[in-house]
Design a protein around this ligand. Structure first.
Ligand SMILES: Cc1cc2nc3c(=O)[nH]c(=O)nc-3n(C[C@H](O)[C@H](O)[C@H](O)COP(=O)(O)OP(=O)(O)OC[C@H]3O[C@@H](n4cnc5c(N)ncnc54)[C@H](O)[C@@H]3O)c2cc1C
Length: 352
């Protein structure tokens, strides 16, 4: 078996296949966690890209509930595997204005109705109070040190027998001596299967990281404006902030892994305004994630192809979903497809 891509998806898939006794080779063009898995904001969230009430509308109540329950189980799995790279902090979704507050209320009601843990917050601590119009707290979510987590997952896969081939780009699937191939390249998917290139849109996310702050201000991951702005404080006190992609939407649908002055400017002003000071910026980077038309990943066998599988297109929510879908695609290869995979069937967007 061959896996293309050494992020959370590829490593999770490799671990499950190797544990089942399969001979697995994992190819990574750079190094483990060199893609989005080592460049992201570190939010480990229940559910998918749409809010729960929207998912209920789009998928139907039963399927949305099964989806959210699946990711709750995988948050527990992540906690077991990740050691000190994961902290169960909860996360906070903030309303930037009255309209967004209405959307939060709809999601809060939907989650409560279906029995999910969720808390409404009207009293927001400084510096959030006065800036945001209420929030939802999701207690089951957490904070990841993403690169450390994925390197740990890769080490587990190697212990189970996976052969890692870092710094080896797969140029064509034909070159691989393998009866089954899994494409686990999310936003970096290109050049191997034309249908996937068409269905998964590379999308850039930009991040900056401040010097360590003297105050501990944010105990958990925070996000606002429909997830376009997000930030959290690391254990050593730094603020990691990302987003503002919507300010240059046309330019940010790109596979170019570079920062831009425009988006970095938005991030700097946001951080300064939030903190009431201008901390030194120590790091900046960009990463690419894969977006699909319905914001659900493509997970399973490619239609009409009995050799090639895919797990990609998490639409910006790949930390928990990458682990989930990497393991589920491996389960399907091993002949035990989980019922939830039906939601992510590649045929819905690729035809066949
Ligand atoms: C800035 C940013 C912030 C984000 N924040 C969050 C967040 O807070 N929470 C969340 O859940 N998600 C977040 N995401 C999304 C999340 O990071 C990704 O969805 C997830 O990491 C995807 O993991 P993956 O293993 O599928 O792909 P990746 O980690 O992107 O790995 C794919 C790998 O495939 C390799 N590759 C590509 N082509 C080839 C080839 N031909 N041969 C060999 N190797 C190849 C690449 O080098 C890459 O390392 C964010 C993404 C970005 C960019």
């Amino acid at each position: 078996m061959a896996i293309v891509g050494g992020g959370v998806t590829g490593c999770a898939c490799a671990l499950r296949l190797a544990e089942a006794g399969k001979r697995v080779r994992l190819f990574e063009a750079r190094e483990i966690a060199g893609g989005a898995s080592g460049r992201n904001g570190g939010f480990a969230l229940r559910g998918g890209a749409p809010a729960y009430d929207v998912a209920r509308r789009e998928l139907g109540a039963e399927r949305a509930r099964a989806f959210w329950l699946l990711t709750e189980r995988y948050l527990d799995r992540l906690e077991q595997l990740a050691g000190d790279a994961f902290r169960r902090t909860g996360s906070l979704r903030l309303a930037a204005d009255t309209a967004e507050r209405g959307e939060l209320e709809a999601e809060y009601e939907a989650l409560r109705e279906d029995g999910f843990a969720v808390e409404w917050r009207d009293q927001l601590a400084e510096p959030l109070g006065g800036r945001f119009d209420g929030a939802i707290f999701y207690p089951s979510d957490g904070s990841l040190q993403p690169a450390r987590w994925v390197r740990r997952l890769a080490a587990l896969a190697v212990e189970a027998g996976t052969e890692l081939r870092e710094h080896e780009r797969v140029e064509s699937l034909e070159e691989l001596d393998a009866d089954q191939v899994v494409i686990a390249t999310d936003g970096y998917t290109r050049g191997l299967v034309p249908e996937l290139d068409a269905a998964i849109k590379p999308t850039r996310g930009q991040v900056l990281v401040t010097e360590p702050l003297e105050r501990r201000v944010f105990p958990c991951p925070h996000y606002a404006r429909h997830g376009y702005d997000y930030w959290q404080q690391t254990e050593d006190g730094r603020l990691v902030a990302g987003g503002f992609r919507d300010k240059a939407a046309d330019h940010e649908y790109t596979a170019k892994e570079t920062t831009t002055a425009l988006i970095q400017g938005y991030l700097e002003r946001f951080v300064a305004e939030l903190l009431g000071e201008e901390p030194r910026i120590d790091y900046r980077w960009a990463g690419i994630f894969g977006t699909t038309a319905d914001r659900l990943p493509l997970v399973g066998r490619l239609p009409g192809n009995d050799r090639v599988w895919v797990s990609a297109g998490y639409s910006g929510h790949g930390n928990v979903l990458g682990l989930t879908c990497g393991e589920l695609v491996a389960g399907a290869i091993l002949g035990a497809p989980a019922p939830e995979l039906e939601l992510f069937s590649p045929a819905r967007l690729l035809g066949g």
